[in-house]
Design a protein around this ligand. Structure first.
Ligand SMILES: [Mg+2]
Length: 396
């Protein structure tokens, strides 16, 4: 590792001798595990309805006293096997020795070292990468979207994710309420029962199909026979995309669905890394793909996937796990810096009222379906320390 070493001829005018570079030298890491309650239970294909989510906040403390924050999730389903303890172990035991004493401005070299330390650990990586991005912005005095390439959009349109609901009337009333708020793009969670799932999508398409964009997300819950039963029923409903009906390993099955049905297939759980995405592209297993800040390792890493996917002619769905406004801010900054088209994804899921309470002092600005990247330096969000204290599960 030579990237962080002085070359002897360095003078104070060199960037690595500058005050700003030194202001980014990492002194310590602080992990804050939180359990954040949902307003109502959230049901997807796998497992029992969830009452809340496990959010891990990372604070990077620097020698200058500035603090960067990043968010990741112990999601534990559908391609994520991370727990609070595994995230903590990777960050404390394996990342920390490769972070302390280095400047967050050596971003790419640091990320490469972390990847070398532990293979394919996107969930812990997301918190570190985004906390470094936050600090870069704070030290340079610019919003994160500026670091990510500059402003390309004034605002970013977000969509709504609808959990599996006991009856279709409840589903419709939720959609009507969201349409009244200004949203126009909806993902219906499916994956447990192809007949029930198809009925829910048919019901919504009949009631609202001429006014809204509808997608269905199976969260890997179907087998091939179930997926075909579902697709046979919904293929004429004008769906914008059908997302990850099959398990993440079954790319051949996805490719078969993509060729059999005239409905765009979206990849989500099967895309963690860049090589995963390349496999989806080469197998033509999907024509749309979703990124999530935690699933894919932070804003920069998502951006890399967006570059690869868009070059292959894929549409991009900017998502996120249900989470708090730190990860949401990361996704909104990234989307703001992206000059190409984006679908109306649930990048705002943390703030579009699925959480009973958020953990930042000021919510990210939203007008109708449009989200606005914070203009303050870095990610531009400030933790509400009273709420952090209230929701942290280790009660420090
Ligand atoms: Mg999904």
């Amino acid at each position: 590792m030579t990237t962080n070493q002085s070359h002897g001829s360095e003078t104070s005018s060199d960037w690595s001798g500058s005050d700003r570079y030194k202001a980014g030298i990492i002194r310590s890491l602080e992990l804050i595990p939180l359990w954040l309650p949902f307003k109502t239970n959230f049901k997807i294909a796998a497992g029992a309805p969830r009452q809340g989510i496990n959010v891990m906040i990372l604070k990077i403390h620097t020698e200058s006293g500035l603090v960067g924050i990043g968010e990741t999730h112990a999601w534990m389903r559908q391609g994520s096997r991370e727990t609070f303890k595994s995230i903590e172990s990777i960050i404390v035991d394996h990342y920390s020795p490769r972070l302390i004493g280095r400047s967050i401005f050596d971003h790419q070299a640091i990320i490469a070292d972390l990847k070398e330390a532990v293979w394919n650990t996107n969930y812990p990586m997301a918190a570190v990468a985004d906390a470094m991005l936050d600090l870069q912005g704070k030290i340079l005095g610019v919003p994160a979207y500026q670091i990510l390439g500059g402003r390309a959009k004034t605002a970013v349109a977000a969509g709504i994710t609808l959990g599996i609901m006991p009856d279709n009337t409840a589903l419709l009333s939720e959609v009507e309420q969201r349409v009244a708020e200004g949203y126009s793009s909806f993902t219906v969670k499916v994956g447990n029962d192809p007949e029930r799932d198809a009925k829910a999508v048919e019901f919504l398409a009949k009631a609202m199909g001429d006014r809204i964009i509808i997608r269905a997300d199976g969260n890997s819950g179907m087998d091939m026979a179930g997926a075909m039963r579902f697709m046979n029923r919904v293929q004429h409903l004008g769906l914008d995309a059908v997302e990850q009906l099959l398990p993440p390993w079954d790319l051949a099955g996805m490719a078969e669905l993509a060729s059999r049905y005239n409905v765009p297939i979206m990849a989500d759980e099967c895309v963690s890394s860049d090589t995963d995405l390349i496999k989806v592209i080469t197998m033509r297993a999907a024509s749309v793909f979703q990124t999530k800040i935690a699933k894919n390792g932070g804003a920069w890493s998502c951006k890399k996937l967006w570059e690869i996917g868009s070059a292959a002619g894929m549409r991009i769905f900017p998502g996120n796990h249900p989470g708090a406004s730190v990860a949401t801010a990361s996704a909104v900054h990234l989307a703001t810096s992206w000059p190409g088209d984006l679908l109306e994804g649930p990048l705002a899921v943390g703030v579009n009222e699925i959480l009973a309470e958020d953990i930042v002092t000021e919510p990210i600005l939203r007008k109708g379906k449009y989200m606005y990247a914070p203009e303050k330096p870095g990610l531009g969000v400030t933790l509400d320390e009273e709420k952090i204290k209230r929701f942290r599960v280790d009660k420090k």
